[in-house]
Design a protein around this ligand. Structure first.
Ligand SMILES: Nc1nc2c(ncn2[C@@H]2O[C@H](COP(=O)(O)OP(=O)(O)OP(=O)(O)O)[C@@H](O)[C@H]2O)c(=O)[nH]1
Ligand SMILES: [Mg+2]
Length: 233
């Protein structure tokens, strides 16, 4: 696959050998409806993806603590089972809705569309989707997001971008998470960034830790800039 494609263009044209093409077409149709709805309300929609346990929910909690007084935000979170992640995020005082997929390994745009009326979009500046934790299936499903952000934890090994290229090809920003563990791990930030940018030369990168809060200012600035751009559009 050409690395010249932008992340957004790639999302729309990906064909997965094991995935029914009609299913993807239906998904893309509803994703466009979601995109129009978000444009109408000037709500920024950010799809957060990663392997299981890379720190997505912890980052949602930290982001809510930092930004909830500056802008109105909410989260919808997908998991195969349990309401645990939504409950954790609600503890920060923001709205969070759990989507239980019942065994499906990714979120589809229809699942997002079904719950959208539970959010007061007119008054939400920033809506996150925390996707189901894996680097494979969620890569193929456009959810109507403005941006896709992938966490790449230092605990996963620095070889992942080339092994799971579709996820990195379709992302706009890679967050190298759990950076506090770098002194203890054979993980090269330089190597992972080089590989990821060979897959997608437009990919931005921020190194973060939800423990030491390294990089969280840069992450929140990135979000606020994108929210402002959307509201000025
Ligand atoms: N050392 C370290 N641990 C972290 C960091 N962020 C999260 N963790 C820990 O990593 C584990 C998984 O974090 P979660 O936030 O639940 O990860 P997740 O990506 O939401 O997991 P799933 O939703 O199950 O895919 C928890 O034990 C967190 O405390 C970090 O920056 N540094
Ligand atoms: Mg989670």
């Amino acid at each position: 696959m050409s690395v010249e494609k932008s992340a957004k263009a790639a999302r729309g044209t990906i064909q997965c050998e094991n995935t029914n093409i009609n299913l993807l077409k239906a998904n893309d149709f509803v994703a466009d409806i979601i995109r129009k709805e978000m444009a109408k309300h000037k709500t920024l929609l950010v799809n957060i993806t990663s392997s299981a346990g890379s720190g997505k929910t912890t980052l949602m909690q930290k982001t809510a603590e930092r930004l909830k007084d500056k802008l109105t935000m909410a989260v919808m979170v997908g998991d195969l089972e349990t309401e645990r992640d939504a409950a954790r995020i609600r503890e920060t005082g923001i709205q969070a809705l759990q989507i239980v997929t019942g065994g499906i390994c990714h979120l589809e745009s229809q699942m997002i569309h079904q719950v959208l009326d539970q959010f007061d979009l007119e008054n939400i500046d920033l809506l996150f989707i925390e996707n189901v934790g894996n680097l494979v299936c969620p890569a193929s499903f456009d959810l109507g997001e403005d941006y896709r952000v992938t966490l790449m934890a230092t605990t996963e090994g620095d070889d992942k971008p080339k092994k799971y290229p579709r996820m990195f090809l379709t992302s706009d920003l890679m967050l190298v998470s759990k950076a506090d563990l770098l002194p203890h791990l054979p993980f090269s930030v330089e190597a992972v960034t080089k590989d990821a940018r060979e897959v997608n030369h437009e990919l931005e990168m921020i190194q973060i830790s939800s423990i030491t809060e390294e990089g969280l200012d840069a992450w929140c600035d990135w979000l606020v800039n994108k929210v402002n751009q959307k509201q000025e559009a």
